[in-house]
Design a protein around this ligand. Structure first.
Ligand SMILES: Cc1ncc(COP(=O)(O)O)c(C=O)c1O
Length: 229
């Protein structure tokens, strides 16, 4: 005889059981979860206990190898760590590089472009994350860029043959508004501009799928020969 279970709406029924939720076994690896419910998932997400050991190992290497640590380990570390993370993102080995944070990454990308007229514009949408904004409002101008800020609805029209870069969030941090990236990537490709996509917020929402799509979008806008799908 089949047992028919009634729906159980008691809050405890919403807590997954360790036997059915394989992620629960990772809780113990994050000390802060022993004392609190910690929902922060950005740069100051719950520290894994393993970070303590990694920091100690770093200090030991510095203490024992001094400047030799660069050649022996640290020089390639951002790529080595990128290769560890790549499979989690569904990315190919050698295609992920670690930088200290998103703001620094935006500055690094920015610094690798020329801003010679007539293609010297950065087109940015209102509502970008403040620290990213500062990079474009201040640093980009020092590189000779003309920074054009537009409302989201005017973005496609603002991207033209004068546009070098379009840095933008996939999901905006204040409003959760999700940009129509395929349309923007397509416009960038038509105009010969480069899209720099910040998936900080969307990566957390749907993880690898977003990164995979982001790679395709960004690659598409980088490479005019690639057909857009
Ligand atoms: C969309 C977006 N971009 C950039 C950042 C800043 O990231 P970081 O502190 O890694 O520079 C944030 C932080 O919340 C963000 O939400």
């Amino acid at each position: 005889m089949t047992e028919v279970r009634q729906p159980n709406h008691h809050p405890s029924s919403l807590i997954p059981h360790p036997s059915t939720d394989e992620l629960l076994r990772f809780r113990a690896k994050f000390p802060i979860l022993a004392n609190t419910k910690y929902l922060v998932s950005h740069s100051l997400g719950a520290m894994p206990e393993a970070a303590r050991d990694a920091l100690e190992e770093f200090a030991d290497t510095w203490a024992s190898r001094g400047v030799r640590a660069w050649g022996e380990k640290w020089w390639m570390m951002s790529i080595d760590v990128g290769d560890v993370i790549a499979p989690l993102l569904g990315a190919a080995p050698g295609s992920v590089v670690m930088l200290p944070n998103v703001t620094t990454a935006e500055a690094v990308v920015l610094s690798s472009f020329e801003f010679e007229p007539p293609r010297n514009r950065v087109v940015i949408v209102e509502g970008e994350f403040p620290s990213v904004r500062y990079v474009y409002d201040r640093l980009a101008k020092r590189f000779g860029a003309e920074v054009i800020t537009v409302g989201y609805d005017d973005l496609l029209d603002a991207i033209d043959e004068r546009t070098q870069l379009v840095p933008m969030s996939h999901v905006f941090f204040e409003t959760s508004f999700t940009a129509d990236v395929p349309a923007i990537a397509r416009r960038c490709r038509e105009a010969g501009a480069t899209l720099v996509l910040d998936v900080f917020q969307s990566y957390r929402r749907s993880r690898a799928a977003v990164v995979k799509r982001a790679q395709r979008w960004c690659w598409t806008s980088f490479n005019p020969r690639e057909s857009f799908r």
